[in-house]
Ligand binder design. Sequence first.
Ligand code: ZN
Length: 95
Amino acid sequence: MEIGLLIILLSGAFAGYIGRAKGSSFFIWFLVGACVPVLGVIVAVFYRMELNEPRRQCPGCGKVVKLYDALCTRCGTELEYTDEQIPPESALSAR
Ligand SMILES: [Zn+2]
């Protein structure tokens, strides 16, 4: 019983710490980690990785998509490989 509570608190703290590190709210990610122990931490880590992905702009509609996306998720334009990159979100918020 107490071990379960400990896992929830630890999970919440980890998720919150990761969330805060990527510029999000510690409290929100603490709740995510506490409500979904262990998995919430994995989600927080994965979410952070998403922000580090290079991005690009769709030539069709201008939506910013991930560089590895083959199709625009908004207009369906086929995206060919380009060197034109938009810096990842994490680079913009880094100081
Ligand atoms: Zn598009």
